[in-house]
Design a protein around this ligand. Structure first.
Ligand SMILES: O=C(CO)[C@H](O)[C@H](O)COP(=O)(O)O
Length: 263
């Protein structure tokens, strides 16, 4: 028997099932973040370690796991935040808060990323915390990335379509924008705030430019160096040769690992 479904019936089916599909997808994305975060914390947190706490939604799971381990295994861990959000997470979980003044060398930092390419070059700063994240990562013996499967790519720009974040001094954002486009092409947008009129202002009082690059085959180390030479640029969200290992949570709950040597 041929089942005839009219357009309006299809619309009704779509209306009923589409939200369920979206919520299942969201669920598996959150699960993917959680399994990656738990795995990394279990592997890298040790007693008496100095631990860098990254920023973003995946890091929330890492801090939850860290708090559990500190409690159950009676560990002493000093946490160095990479943002206002990270500091609040540390305090909320009653973890020991440290700072770079007293702990200038960290054993490990666990952080999220917006994209990780085949060479383990990262785009970071989707959440606007790239400056402190890069400072803390640069003081860490190891930078470990935790991410869901959507961040795993071959070339930068394959997966993350919002561009490379660049933190800049507000008075210089227009000339910086013109110089970067003149040097490397593409398009640059001043990041706008969502719950405030005007631009996003970072934890450090700066603006964020999102550079929508076109050429995916640039030498990212060179790009990073050249952009940072422009007066008024504070930091870029390109993390080149900084990350040793990445954990990508998969929708079915397993974790894929990639390290510098295996990439
Ligand atoms: O760089 C970051 C914030 O500046 C985050 O680590 C990055 O945006 C990933 O965040 P999420 O875990 O929410 O996907």
């Amino acid at each position: 028997m041929l089942l005839k479904v009219t357009v309006s019936q299809w619309c009704s089916i779509y209306r009923v099932y589409q939200p369920r599909f979206i919520s299942a997808t969201k669920m598996s994305l959150e699960q993917a973040k959680q399994v990656a975060a738990y795995r990394a914390v279990d592997e890298f947190v040790t007693n008496n370690c100095v631990f860098g706490v990254g920023s973003g939604s995946t890091v929330i799971y890492a801090v939850q796991r860290l708090a559990e381990k500190v409690e159950t295994d009676n560990l002493k861990v000093t946490c160095i935040p990479t943002s206002f959000q990270a500091k609040q997470l540390i305090l909320k979980h009653n973890l020991t808060l440290g700072e770079l003044d007293t702990h200038p060398v960290l054993d490990v930092t666990i952080d999220g990323a917006d994209e990780v390419d085949a060479n383990m070059t990262l785009i970071k700063g989707g959440g606007g915390c790239l400056l402190q994240e890069k400072i803390v990562a640069s003081c860490s013996k190891k930078l470990i990335v935790i991410a869901d499967y959507t961040k795993d790519s071959k070339k930068l720009g394959d997966r993350y379509k919002k561009g490379i974040p660049i933190e800049v001094i507000p008075m210089a954002y227009v000339p910086i924008k013109n110089k970067i486009v003149g040097l490397f092409g593409g398009e640059i947008k001043l990041r706008s705030a969502i719950a405030k009129a005007g631009p996003v202002v970072t934890d450090n009082g700066n603006f964020i430019l999102d550079w929508l690059f076109i050429n995916q085959d640039l030498d990212w180390q060179n790009v990073d160096t050249v952009i940072k030479m422009i007066p008024g640029v504070v930091e870029t969200g390109l993390f080149v040769n900084m990350c040793q290992k990445a954990y990508f949570g998969q929708p079915e709950g397993i974790v894929n690992e990639r390290s510098v040597s295996s990439s």
